[in-house]
Write a protein of this length. Sequence first.
Length: 214
Amino acid sequence: MSAWFTQLIEGIQSLSAAVWIILASLILLGALLLFLRRQRWSARMISVGALSVAMAFLLSYIVVYRMPYGGSITPASMLPILAYGWVFGPGPGIAAGLVYGCLQLIQDPVIVHPAQVLLDYIFPFAALGLAGLFPKRLWLGILTAAFARFVFHYLAGFLFWGEYAPEGQPAMLYSLLYNGSYMLPETAVCLAIAYIPAVRRVLPRLRGAAAAKR
């Protein structure tokens, strides 16, 4: 019995970081699907969600600057998903982000490992729905969701793309600088547009109307 237990511990310790990421991702996906199953969906939520994903996908084709190994600066392609999550809540927002992430994977895939796909495409864009966690502070919702997206890209950067770091530069620092170089301006653009007076007036009204119909 003790020998079997020792072999089990050694087997667990020998698992690579990528395997742990896949296992954790499967658990998170299962929990997410269970959460979304309990979400009450209206025709309005579905139609606005589809429109938000379509707008985000179209804006992603307008690239201001493209990074050499993935990532780009666009005219606020994140904003439709951020706004949808803020208006309808994190559950629907995460669902819309998942769909958008799958479209991003189809649009311009760069794949080296299944775990990298989750960290570079699926989870980062699903995280944009977290803007709905702060219904009274739009700016905080945008910053939180954008930071969550950055964290996933950052993990993918030093786990799978660290070999592209300049000589002598740690992979963790390389990933921080690389992903920050496009996520910071992308987030700033989203904040600037979200706080244009016309947009700033419309979003709270949409959220109020959505809350009234729940």
